[in-house]
Design a protein around this ligand. Structure first.
Ligand SMILES: [Zn+2]
Length: 260
């Protein structure tokens, strides 16, 4: 009988201890916390997956060039000026660095309107960012694509039309980005041509510092010739700028869609 009572007491005591330790509120909190943690993790994954590509726009040149040398490629002993101030419009007298930023800003808004994330290497004129530094910025930010905006100039004022420059195929510094850059250039060229813009072609360049330092596929759009009276005026026309940049943005969008 005594043994039986001891057993009952022990069972009751154990029961009390068990109930005491299993605080229902704490347990409920623990489980909801786990559930919410699980949901948060899933959300983060979805967010990363759904995150739109990042495009880096580089408005060529700046207010004052910097003739100090920098290596044309990683580890190269060959050097070039860090950055130049660019050409000037024969009719508008507008410096290229101003035109490039105007058009780049239009491009930025169109790409953002398509839902892409966009970074710019510069948003003002009074900066000093070398071509290698611009490329490295795009690399470091994990950009998916770089679009460099420039305008051409020649001694021959009759020459007109846009050109698209890409890294050269036979260039050890850009082997990994050649194919993608070329693919993007092809679709950008088609979009520009479809929009009625004269495109002279796609040209491979192995001598551009801004290409050689890039680990991200890159195209450089020479919008037209500042040395041609009409084209200089056209490039400063907001309507033409919008048409031009719309076609570049459509091309980039098509390329990124093909890629994924
Ligand atoms: Zn330029």
């Amino acid at each position: 009988m005594k043994k039986y009572r001891l057993l009952v007491t022990t069972i009751i005591a154990m029961g009390i201890i068990l109930i005491g330790t299993s605080n229902p509120i704490t347990n409920l909190y623990k489980s909801t916390n786990l559930i919410s943690k699980g949901i948060t993790r899933k959300d983060d994954k979805e967010k990363i997956k759904e995150e739109k590509p990042l495009i880096c726009i580089d408005p060529g040149h700046q207010e004052r060039g910097d003739s100090n040398p920098e290596a044309v490629a990683p580890g190269s002993s060959q050097t070039k000026a860090r950055v130049s101030s660019g050409a000037t419009g024969i009719s508008t007298k507008k410096p290229e660095y101003i035109l490039n930023l105007e058009a780049s800003t239009v491009l930025k808004h169109i790409l953002e309107g398509k839902g892409y994330r966009v970074i710019m290497t510069r948003e003002t004129h009074n900066v000093n960012i070398s071509n290698a530094e611009r490329a490295r910025l795009a690399n470091e930010k994990n950009s998916d694509m770089v679009v460099r905006i420039h305008a051409d100039s020649l001694d021959n004022s009759s020459k007109t039309g846009a050109s698209i420059l890409i890294p050269a195929k036979e260039n050890k510094y850009t082997t990994s980005i050649y194919e993608a850059s070329n693919q993007c250039a092809q679709v950008v060229k088609n979009q520009m041509t479809n929009a009625g813009i004269k495109v002279n072609g796609i040209f491979e360049r192995g001598d551009l510092t801004g290409f050689n330092w890039s680990t991200v596929p890159v195209v450089l759009v020479e919008m037209g010739f500042l040395s041609n009276y009409n084209e200089d005026q056209m490039m400063s026309n907001p309507e033409y700028q919008r048409k031009l940049m719309q076609s570049v943005a459509d091309g980039v969008e098509e390329y990124l869609r093909q890629k994924n």
